[in-house]
Design a protein around this ligand. Structure first.
Ligand SMILES: *Cc1c(COP(=O)(O)O)cnc(C)c1O
Length: 383
């Protein structure tokens, strides 16, 4: 993103502030569509539920993958058509199921046998289900992101999947099988293991038309070409339409977090205290995620410092060992690759006001969400 534009945004809307480039998100959509022609795209809303992003994706006919009432309502509110929504995830209680059906959602991913029991009163011939299989493999990613490991809470065991496959076909449509093996996957061999698990299921259920291969494509470093070849080979073998559920891949690199330097402390280590921390961007504290950080307008590096947040918490840190120029305070830092699971995981911890969100499109910027204020913090309180 253009530094002059980022500087204007920081001055106009203050910091901390998230900035998303909608054109870059659209470009990522095109990249996936070109790689896997004919695939259906369902954006994983949890990566970044910003209404301006959802609305922009709706205009590109991208669907949504939702797992909660809030995501479902938000996606529809932003203009994503219910027939372009897949509801999945561990929740799916009767309230969520009922609302999704009322809105016109017709595609669902079943995550557990107990969930299937909740579904029984609602079953009809025009509802389509994919069964989420737990592939019981090592997705070679951070423990918190390893949804495909046997010990994780996600998906059905292979044996359960077999039983449910015939039950679904007796009462509704079995669209296919679903694997979301983890997030931030870069080792594409993982997909070979997934297809080994799925092969017998598709052999046993030749009526299936879809392959839902989930999301989780790592940023940076996902080998899209290797992924493409593996997915297409499997899909062609069984004549399946591919369903993709990208979250991070569409938005991570299209977003930055702007934060201002408050103080510089030189003790055993240099610490730059910024006005954004774990309440605004939790990933470094939660996963040890590494975000590149730079100063707006290039200047030669002079010191190696931790960039910390403003809260009283040792985990309140944005990055360790960052090369930075001499900083006096007031400079603006750009935290890169912050478009996914950034604002989405932000909180009001320590009564922090959540940051403003700004979007850029066609070289123009506009405020997409105001910075919170006291009234947002106390709005629901009854004193
Ligand atoms: C989180 C999630 C995704 C998206 O994951 P990314 O790593 O953001 O691509 C896709 N599908 C399911 C079922 C998920 O839970």
């Amino acid at each position: 993103m253009n530094d002059l534009l980022l500087e204007r945004i920081a001055h106009e809307f203050g910091t901390p502030c998230y900035v998303y480039d909608l054109d870059q998100i659209s470009h990522q959509v095109d990249v996936l569509r070109e790689a896997l022609t004919g695939a259906r795209l369902f954006y994983a809303v949890k990566a970044n539920p910003c209404g301006a992003i959802l609305k922009n994706l709706a205009t590109k006919d991208v669907g949504a993958e939702v797992i909660s009432m809030g995501e479902l309502e938000r996606a529809v509110h932003a203009g994503i058509k219910p027939e372009n929504i897949v509801l999945g995830g561990p929740r799916q209680d009767t309230q969520l199921i009922g609302r999704a059906l009322d809105l016109g959602v017709r595609l669902f991913s079943i995550d557990s046998v107990s969930q299937w029991e909740s579904w029984k009163p609602f079953l009809r011939a025009d509802l389509y289900f994919v069964l989420r299989v737990n592939p019981a493999l090592d997705p070679r990613t951070h423990e918190h992101l390893a949804t495909g490991a046997a010990e994780s809470k996600f998906g059905l065991t292979f044996a359960e999947t077999r039983v449910l496959a015939s039950e679904v076909q007796a009462h509704a449509q079995l669209a296919g099988f679903h694997v979301h093996a983890g997030s931030q996957i870069t080792a594409t061999e993982v997909y070979d293991e997934i297809f080994e698990v799925l092969e017998p299921l598709y052999n046993e259920n030749p009526n299936c038309r879809y392959l839902d291969i989930g999301g989780g494509y790592g940023v940076p470093g996902f080998e899209l070409e290797a992924f493409r070849q593996r997915v297409l080979a499997f899909a062609q073998k069984f004549e399946l339409q591919v369903i993709l559920e990208p979250g991070r891949f569409l938005v991570a690199e299209a977003g930055v977090l702007l934060t201002s330097v408050l103080h510089h402390k030189a003790g055993a280590l240099h610490h730059i205290i910024a006005d954004a921390g774990m309440a605004d961007l939790l990933r470094p504290a939660l996963y040890g995620a590494k975000h590149p950080i730079r100063v707006l307008h290039h200047a030669p590096a002079k010191l190696l410092a931790d960039v910390d947040g403003p809260l009283c918490e040792n985990a309140d840190r944005l990055a360790r060992n960052v090369n930075l120029p001499e900083l006096k305070g007031g400079e603006i830092l750009v935290v890169e690759q912050a478009g996914a699971y950034g604002f989405a995981m932000s909180s009001n911890y320590a009564s922090s006001y959540r940051p403003a969100e700004v979007v850029i499109q066609g070289g123009q910027y506009r405020l997409a969400r105001q910075r919170e204020s006291l009234s947002d913090l106390i709005r629901l309180e009854l004193l």
